[in-house]
Ligand binder design. Structure first.
Ligand code: FMN
Length: 214
């Protein structure tokens, strides 16, 4: 390889750094979640913990399906209610799923991953080393405009609480399946630049998930 070829011209570098349109990503149809099995609840509570070392091995589609459904899937289709409670049933917290292949939005109604951005933004979800290793990062984004029944000054408070329930569901699912996970703070400026968000959307936290490092 010549020395010249090691230098990327400024123009092509800026092209590389542009987010690729989401049209290049296809929706991912998730298999039906498996709602039986796993370790019993008391054992999952016994084993729940934060883990900060991950294997880079991806999660299977079935595990991703189970994980997202456990986190904030629809468990009562007749009413559209979810596995986690939300203030006044506002369901204002969206789960964005950052994978190596790109960023997706978890559509709980269709139980599908909808493409958002054809770019791996896992490294932008936090400053700790595990964000580059875990195959899945779930980014909790609250749409504060959905909390119409709450006073404006209380909306972020409810969004934080509602995120906590979802995060704990994910912790318990991971404990039940022997997966590794940790919820973590985000750099809002960095993630805000990496994700296409509307002004009323606020990133609350992120949660890394994967297999434990062997
Ligand atoms: C709101 C919140 C924010 C957190 N932020 C981080 C974080 O930025 N980085 C991290 O490594 N852990 C983070 N954690 C995980 C805590 O450090 C962890 O839960 C705590 O040390 C207790 O450990 P355990 O979860 O294993 O019981 C956070 C937890 C919560 C609830």
């Amino acid at each position: 390889m010549s020395i010249r070829s090691l230098f990327i011209p400024a123009l092509s570098l800026s092209v590389l750094l542009q987010p690729t349109p989401a049209q290049e990503l296809k929706p991912i149809a998730l298999p039906q979640p498996q709602t039986v099995g796993g370790r019993p609840l008391m054992q999952a509570l016994r084993d729940r913990k934060s883990t900060r070392e991950f294997s880079r091995e991806p999660l299977s589609l079935q595990t991703l399906s189970n994980l997202l459904w456990a986190g904030f899937g629809i468990n009562r289709p007749e009413t559209g209610h979810r596995t986690a409670p939300s203030a006044m049933n506002s369901q204002e917290v969206a789960l964005y799923v950052a994978l190596a292949e790109g960023l997706f939005f978890y559509d709980a109604t269709a139980h599908q991953l909808q493409p958002v951005l054809a770019k791996d933004i896992r490294a932008q979800t936090g400053s700790q080393p595990f964000v580059r290793e875990a195959p899945v990062s779930i980014i909790f984004v609250a749409d504060l405009a959905r909390l119409t029944k709450a006073k404006p000054g209380e909306r972020e408070f409810y969004a934080g609480i509602d995120t906590g329930f979802i995060s704990q569901n994910i912790y318990l699912y991971c404990a039940s399946e022997g997966l590794a996970t940790v919820v973590h703070a985000v750099d809002h400026a960095v993630l805000g630049r990496a994700m296409p968000l509307r002004p009323e959307q606020k990133v609350i936290l992120a949660q890394a998930v994967g297999h434990p490092k062997r």
